[in-house]
Design a binder for this molecule. Structure first.
Ligand code: GFP
Length: 815
């Protein structure tokens, strides 16, 4: 447990002191944003103290450290989380109350740092929390993007992207470490030759130097003083102003170099599951990797005087392929800067790197044009060529004379560098993020690699920071749980299982229902304030929040909603369990179908809301600007969790875990972690529908899927699609979407993700949802069982598995 106890009086004093020193004001005159900042500074002081202690311990005991590299960390707001973890939330709330402020209002002052796109980035953030809590010596590394994921505005039903400048309130959590600034070299020319002694000489010149300035965010763990550090690199030009150009009157040009270097950390790429291929993105990846490795190596050398024991002391975990350049970059440092032989450098590198794959989507498996890698990092490209050559020789031993196979598996082929292949070749561990996904990796995506390196492949099912998503986001539920099973589950999430014993406790189940209603009310108020829509509190809150992507099948949900609308129009007095369908989603700005889908949801929402015959029974709400802080309101209020991707495509999903933990029931396919959720709660406590992976894959492979036949034979679907063609009364034409489903387009087949195929089964599952909802006791019982069996989806458990099975470092988590 943390040593420090925080009292209300001490906190009041500390906050008043910060207000005086930082804003020259007294409590009575302070604005909310000043109070926020003062609170953040007080909390930060405690964190930095712990961070120094943790660093000293790491320094002293020299145990293996974990370095977690990820292009995204969607950390969410920090103030409440840190105060909770440090055990000062109650005292802080009371202190603020005395000072005339509501804690909730102060939390609202903090911008939500959007340093990620979706699941990948949020997972990385949950894992920082897990590392800190489990006592793992971990550091996260990423880029200090000045602009995070765009802010989404809905204007006339359409997504408009606005810049997100989060630093004004986010900077307070970051401690710059100027003295650890590193220099990353980009571009230029490399000459290599062997000297008289046969030693390789590398002469790298005419590059552009970019400074990487570290900013450290201390991430607290719960009930411990252990701090995980998140090091964010800011790109800065070493040349503030080119005085030569300036003196000759070329003022703008004089600033150019400066600006070019700084663009590297200017903005987060708003793409998910897409192959990017843009030069700036590759620069960002190299910038992250090079700065991080230089940092780790410099400190290691200062301590041990050599990098020979590097692999014993460090694990470099790459979260997806984006930081794969750690492999050639570490080789470069070991060979060019530390005189190691290829073999020695390769041994160290391949024993230090571990890789997590997050997607099976072919378009997300990164490939970079050789010419671009060559241009931006010429020495690294030379090393990649060499890795490839040696790798292909190794492949030859396994597949002699099979040129086709070898070129399929090669790292460099067709003038591209395949990052996943490089990651597999250069790491000692490759894992998927759910049991199903890890099997798919072995059986289909990386089959041949698996044949050769079977022992490298493993699984770690994703997990979420349950304290943030349950204890903090849903304090009423946490209180109820704690009244029954105590607080042990906060650090031993499997203890939630004890709740299974209460499945027939009517009083508890009623209380659960009551709490859900309070949370629904909070969300309803939010919807009223932001969308101007009045929702029916007795309706089922049915939620699909996640990035907008075709494989996630928001479309299936939409098709079903239109069919319900038709049903109600035909028979307005039918016995219908009211539903509110809630969506929240950002679409990549360049992803036209995804953006049109958002517009479609809004068109339907408007049509229904304007129709007095149905609007009390059916509602569609699109929540603008879905982000972590909004998710913290949505999750506790949801009753149905939509996890309806086509089987075999969603690597894991983590929203599914947050929902179940808050007592929502899942309607889902046997995809990603849904499979394990189903196993955990039992088939009777989840609504499973649709094709399973083998069927979906076989159908796609056969080429025999014809959605047009379904359209012709199924009157419900026909009517839904016909309506799409006729529109929803607002003049927007959705024929393109209907065509995509019926005829294909954008180079893809008709209904690529088979929404029409799964429609009937989905609609039937939705009927079952409504039926069960009529029996509130039964519903609450199922909700309780979901909560009780959600402990295995805690990030603490995932991190402990990484620690034990992959990183081989100590953890204090008890399984
Ligand atoms: C990706 C996958 C998800 C998975 C997360 C975290 O999410 O299935 O749960 O990574 O592993 F698609 P996105 O970043 O694409 O949202």
């Amino acid at each position: 447990m943390p040593k420090t106890q925080y009292t209300k009086t001490a906190l009041k004093e500390a906050i008043a002191g910060k207000l005086q020193r930082h804003f020259a004001c007294e409590v009575e005159d302070a604005t909310k944003d000043q109070v926020y900042e003062a609170c953040a500074l007080v909390v930060r002081d405690a964190l930095t103290e712990h961070m120094i202690e943790t660093q000293n311990e790491v320094e002293r005991d020299g145990e293996r450290q974990v370095h977690y590299l990820c292009m995204e960390f969607l950390v969410g707001r920090s103030l409440r989380n840190n105060a909770y973890n440090l055990g000062m939330l109650d005292a802080l709330t009371a202190a603020l109350k005395d000072m005339g402020f509501e804690m909730a209002d102060i939390f609202e002052e903090e911008a939500d740092p959007g340093l990620g796109n979706g699941g990948l980035g949020r997972l990385a953030a949950c894992y920082m929390d897990g590392m800190a809590t489990d006592g793992v010596r971990g550091t996260g590394y990423s880029i200090r993007y000045e602009h995070g994921i765009f802010k989404q505005k809905i204007v006339e039903g359409q997504q408009v992207e606005l810049p997100d400048s989060w630093l004004s309130t986010g900077e307070v959590w970051q401690i710059p470490a100027m003295d650890e600034t590193r220099e990353v070299k980009i571009g230029g020319t490399v000459d290599t030759y062997f000297d008289d002694n046969g030693k390789l000489v590398v002469n790298y010149h005419d590059y552009t130097p970019v400074l990487a300035v570290p900013y450290d965010m201390p991430i607290s763990g719960y009930g411990t003083n252990n701090i995980a550090r998140l090091r964010l690199w800011k790109a800065q030009s070493p040349i503030a102003l080119d005085m030569k150009l300036f003196s000759s009157g070329e003022y703008l040009k004089a600033l150019e170099k400066h600006a070019l270097a700084e663009t590297i950390s200017m903005v987060l790429y708003p793409e998910d599951n897409h192959r990017e291929g843009q030069s700036l993105r590759l620069k960002q990846q190299y910038f992250l990797v090079s700065a991080t490795l230089q940092d780790i190596c410099a400190k290691h050398k200062a301590k041990y005087g050599t990098l020979e024991n590097f692999a014993h002391k460090h694990v470099l975990h790459i979260n997806d392929t984006h930081p794969t350049l750690v492999i050639p970059e570490l080789m470069r440092i070991l060979m060019d800067e530390n005189d190691m032989s290829w073999e020695q450098a390769w041994n160290i590198t391949s024993q230090s790197v571990a890789y997590t794959n997050h997607t099976v989507m072919p378009e997300a498996l990164e490939c970079w044009p050789v010419s671009l890698v060559q241009e931006l990092m010429p020495r690294v490209m030379q090393i990649i060529y060499e890795i490839n050559e040696r790798f292909c020789k190794e492949l030859w031993n396994y597949f002699p004379n099979d040129f086709q196979k070898i070129s399929k598996l090669a790292i460099v082929a067709d003038d591209t560098v395949r990052m996943a292949h490089l990651a597999i070749a250069g790491s000692f561990s490759i894992n998927g993020v759910s049991a199903l996904h890890s099997e798919i990796l072995k059986e289909r995506v990386f089959t041949d690699f698996y044949k050769i390196y079977s022992s490298k492949f493993c699984n770690v099912t994703n997990g979420i920071a349950h304290r943030r998503w349950l204890c903090e986001a849903n304090p009423e539920l946490a209180e109820l749980i704690e009244s029954k099973i105590g607080i042990g589950y906060r650090t031993h999430p499997s203890e939630l299982q004890v709740l299974n014993n209460y499945a027939d406790d009517k009083e508890l189940l009623d209380k659960l229902g009551e709490i859900k209603r309070h949370n629904k009310q909070r969300l309803a108020d939010y919807i009223k304030a932001h969308n101007g829509i009045e929702v029916n509190m007795d309706s089922i809150f049915d939620v699909q929040v996640k990035r907008l992507h075709e494989y996630k099948r928001q479309m299936l949900n939409i098709l079903h909603i239109i069919s319900l609308y038709h049903k109600l129009k035909d028979n307005p007095d039918m016995d219908f369990v009211p539903r509110t369908f809630i969506f929240g989603s950002k679409a990549a700005p360049g992803y036209a179908v995804a953006k049109k889908t958002i517009q479609l949801i809004n068109s339907i929402s408007k049509m229904i809301d304007n129709d007095p015959a149905v609007r009390d029974k059916l509602k569609v709400v699109f929540l603008e600007d879905y982000k972590v802080s909004l998710a913290e309101i949505i999750m506790p209020a949801a009753e149905v969790s939509e996890q309806i991707s086509i089987a075999g495509k969603e690597a894991s999903g983590t929203g599914n875990m947050k929902f179940m933990m808050n007592g929502a029931l899942t309607i889902g396919t046997m995809d990603g972690a849904n499979v394990e959720i189903c196993e955990a709660v039992g088939k009777e406590n989840i609504f499973i529908f649709g094709m399973e992976t083998p069927e979906a894959e076989a159908l796609a492979a056969s080429g025999s899927y014809e959605p047009m036949v379904i359209y012709q034979n199924d009157p419900v679907i026909r009517r839904v699609l016909d309506q799409m063609i006729h529109g929803f009364g607002d003049g927007v034409d959705y024929t393109d979407i209907a065509n995509l489903l019926l005829h294909g387009g954008n180079g893809g087949p008709a209904d690529r993700y088979m929404s029409l195929k799964d429609f009937a089964s989905y609609a039937a599952a939705q009927e079952r949802v409504s039926e069960v909802y009529r029996d509130q006791d039964q519903w609450n019982r199922m909700a309780l069982i979901n909560i009780a069996n959600s402990g295995r989806f805690a990030a603490d458990r995932s991190i402990a598995e990484y620690a034990q099975n992959i990183w081989r470092v100590k953890t204090n988590f008890a399984f």
